[in-house]
Design a protein around this ligand. Structure first.
Ligand SMILES: Cc1cc2nc3c(=O)[nH]c(=O)nc-3n(C[C@H](O)[C@H](O)[C@H](O)COP(=O)(O)OP(=O)(O)OC[C@H]3O[C@@H](n4cnc5c(N)ncnc54)[C@H](O)[C@@H]3O)c2cc1C
Length: 393
């Protein structure tokens, strides 16, 4: 029997299932709803490809050197509005489409589960815009990427760092016409938990009828205090991220995939060409790049990425930045988050209890502590001092 990665370290990239020449590995949900490889030993010919392709069993060495690092945003406002951060993804996608290529990304299905698909038109690419904070089903995307590359097409493959790493291992390296963009990833929530939340929300808000649109990162309330929105036919639900139950549990690490707590794909160096992220802390670091409509942190890892960046730069407002400074405000780039101490409790109960009640019981809202007079005076002096420094500059 071939060796597959252990359950708690498997990130579900599915390279093993896709490389199997006999299709005897399928991805099956575990009790928490995360997909894991399941091997049908009857048809296995012991070729060993599933073991050798696994990025967890065979870690990749990557260099931390970058060919560029920017605070940036797309200057087309409606395009930036559609995006979670600065809308850079859409510009990369358009570059690939304009070169006759194919774009891969994560989209909502009709029932709001999330899966990876390919797109060959700009219209179809719009479905990939905006973050969906749940692990997407990768399906046979790596096989499809390989087929398109063999046909001589350009590809942009986007996904979480572990999905891009999985593709890299599946293809056995990089390819002249392949561009990859990963993200700084906090971790991926369970698809089953998300499905339950969508159904429970719809039952509470709209007699069980699913919404027409869901947005995890609506910017009407600002990029930094974004809202989660469910838009139904006649009504809608909208809450700031810290008040929405699903986002609260996600950001408190209540239902992330176990491997996210020991992620192998973190670091400044990546196998991808681009890393896209929110540039949290930009208002302090480069205030000129902040307007609360979304600023991206963009890491360019390869010469290929720099060449494409140059070609799309007419549509971007960008300012060079230091990666080390930027990731200080976005530690998910380099450090795995710890799981919430009540994680096991949550998974033991979530299938039989009201989701909203359970999450707020296990992870109550933190009541902000009012700053003392001394703290307020200190903060005020700090603000005046920083403004004074800006004027001096
Ligand atoms: C699960 C998850 C966790 C994240 N955690 C962080 C974080 O801790 N810090 C941070 O700075 N940024 C994080 N991001 C990235 C951030 O939210 C933006 O996606 C990123 O900055 C790109 O933004 P954009 O404005 O260029 O494009 P957008 O239009 O916002 O991004 C769309 C891109 O995201 C991809 N995408 C969307 N949902 C998924 C998904 N479920 N799985 C894989 N790919 C997906 C699409 O394929 C497309 O490439 C996370 C994203 C996801 C999906």
């Amino acid at each position: 029997m071939p060796t597959l990665c252990s359950h708690h370290l498997c990130n579900g990239c599915s390279a093993c299932a896709q490389i199997c020449p006999k299709n005897c590995i399928s991805m099956q949900p575990d009790t928490e709803g995360f997909l894991h490889p399941s091997l049908d030993s009857q048809c296995c010919v012991n070729c060993g490809l599933c073991t050798s392709v696994c990025p967890v069993l065979h870690p990749t060495d990557v260099s931390d050197s970058l060919t560029g690092c920017y605070a940036a945003y797309n200057t087309d406002e409606p395009e930036r509005e559609k995006a979670s951060s600065g809308g850079i993804f859409l510009l990369l996608a358009r570059w690939v489409l304009n070169h006759g290529g194919v774009v891969f990304g994560a989209a909502f299905d009709e029932d709001f589960t999330v899966s990876h698909r390919s797109a060959e038109t700009e219209e179809a690419v719009y479905a990939f815009c905006g973050s969906k904070y749940v692990q997407s089903r990768i399906g046979n995307s790596y096989r499809e990427v390989q087929q398109f590359l063999q046909a001589g097409r350009y590809i942009l493959f986007t996904g979480t760092p572990c999905q891009v790493l999985g593709l890299h291992h599946y293809l056995g390296g990089t390819h002249e016409k392949l561009l990859t963009a990963d993200i700084i990833c906090h971790g991926v929530p369970s698809p089953d938990v998300w499905e339950r939340y969508v159904k429970e929300r719809a039952a509470k808000d709209n007699d069980g009828i699913l919404p027409k649109v869901i947005r995890f990162r609506a910017k009407e309330t600002g990029w930094s205090s974004f809202s989660v929105q469910f838009q139904y036919a006649d009504t809608w639900y909208s809450k700031r991220h810290y008040e929405d139950t699903f986002m609260h549990g996600f950001l408190k690490n209540l239902y992330l995939r176990p491997s996210c707590h020991n992620c192998i794909a973190k670091g400044i160096g990546r196998v991808s060409d681009f890393t896209l992220a929110d540039f949290w802390g930009i208002q302090r670091i480069q205030p000129d790049m902040y307007d609360n409509r979304g600023t991206s942190l963009v890491l360019l890892h390869t010469e290929k990425a720099s060449a494409v960046w140059k070609e799309i730069s007419a549509r971007i407002k960008a300012d060079p930045t230091e990666a080390e400074t930027a990731v200080n405000s976005n530690s998910a780039a380099i450090i795995s988050v710890d799981s919430h101490p009540k994680r096991e409790d949550f998974f033991a109960r979530y299938k039989n209890e009201d989701f909203e009640k359970l999450v707020w019981e296990l992870v109550p809202k933190e009541i902000p502590v009012k700053p003392t007079l001394k703290q307020r005076i200190r903060a005020k002096i700090g603000r005046v001092f920083r403004r004074f420094l800006c004027v001096l500059k």
